[in-house]
Design a protein. Sequence first.
Length: 510
Amino acid sequence: MSSSLSRREVLRLLSFLSAGAAGVASVPLIGELFASKATAQTSSVYVRESIATFMQSPTKIAALRRGIQVMQSRSSSNPTSWIYQANMHGIPSNESRRLTAWGTCNHGSFFFFPWHRMYLYYFERILRQASGDSTLALPYWNYSDFPDQRTLPEAFRNRLLPDGSTNSLYVEQRAPGINQGTTALASAEVSYEGAFQRTNFFHTSSGQQSFGGRRATSAMHRGSGGGLLEGRPHNQVHVVVGGSSGWMRQVEMAARDPIFWLHHANIDRLWERWLLLGNGRANPTNDSDWMSDRFTFFDENARQVTMRGRDILNTVQQLNYRYDDAPLGNQVLVNGMSDANRSTQQTTTTPQLLATTPINNQQMLVELREAPVTLNLRFPQSQGVRPFSSSRTITAGSVTLNVEKVEYNPRNSIPYEVYINLPQGVPPDRNSPYYVGRLALFAHPQKATFSLDITEAVSELQRLNLITGDSISVTFVPPGGEMNAMQRTERTREAPGVVRFERVTITTTN
Ligand SMILES: [Cu+2]
């Protein structure tokens, strides 16, 4: 799946190039994206650039590092300090203070997107002022469109700069392999296709899916109704970068890692891209809670402000920023999706059970530790046709892997790799068609169901005849090298906690 996805991504890029981004003013051509030239700025609109472009300007990188350093030098009770800002996302367990707006991030509901946009907006203003560079805009990490940009951007990897000074973009608390640049994000971890196929911004009950998350009437710190994009790439990237106990995998620490802000800028950019696809894709502007609920932030003068959904709908007109990439045409991004397919996305059928691990009356828990675990799933007796046989096309619907009632240590647990039908004796490979992504328990409530969209993976396995229709298995694998490296670098710390759950199911909404 991953290799074909990359190919598809390349094709997409090529069709974008040939389309020439006609009619879009001041959009950089791809050649310029890689060149060091800055996008011509005709107005006062700040342009958030891909870090690959941004890094080519020593001036810009220096401004970014300086801004972070200055923020880090401020007292944690100062709202424009690095720690104050990070604590707005989540409060570390050893922190007894509860200052204004701390611990107010929104996950697992349709407030995820607007809250993080507001958070980034004020953070960017603070960072710009701290840097002393009035032109500084937040870069984004484009692991989405370019497979060769899926390792941590180089500027973030080293503790020290060539002149011996401290690199404020570096933190030690990342997964092994991330700071070395040897671990790349896999296609199955960053794919946004499933999310982009959705035309509904929100959903209203569990079992449904949407781009942006379940509807809520008020702020939700840790909800279980995350939208598809929040699941992947958002949660996936958090746990791959953070590993078992790094900062990015913990809600309370994530925003202390400078890469957090570039990751979220990319998520914010993908929201813009989704809207551009049209065909009913829109923000929920009819929802009064989404539009009018107020969230608290601080501006660059440490002045307390509030913001509502209605204040952040248009990034150019209301927030004075845009992203450096062109609005891609519909035909480019939704190729392979039929109209009939798209029209069924909105229907609210209850998910059908395709397969499940056996349930016994004791509700035996499955425990994941340091060794791989394979579970064989059974098909419900009532099923006439085997659910994954070639005679049954499931590619038109969506298929979800559910891990039910998961318990885990939010500060320290292994982000297991998940494989479907991995044959015995075949070494797990995140670039193989069996790989469907991580058990990405980020901001995940205890004993809630973790869901992963596996539509693409299953249809690819079907195409390759790797699902026979007689059986299906799910394998959880600790990331290669993770345990050894953890034991080496964190000998004095506690071992990652056991992950427990009740059962695994595969469901479809078709
Ligand atoms: Cu995040």
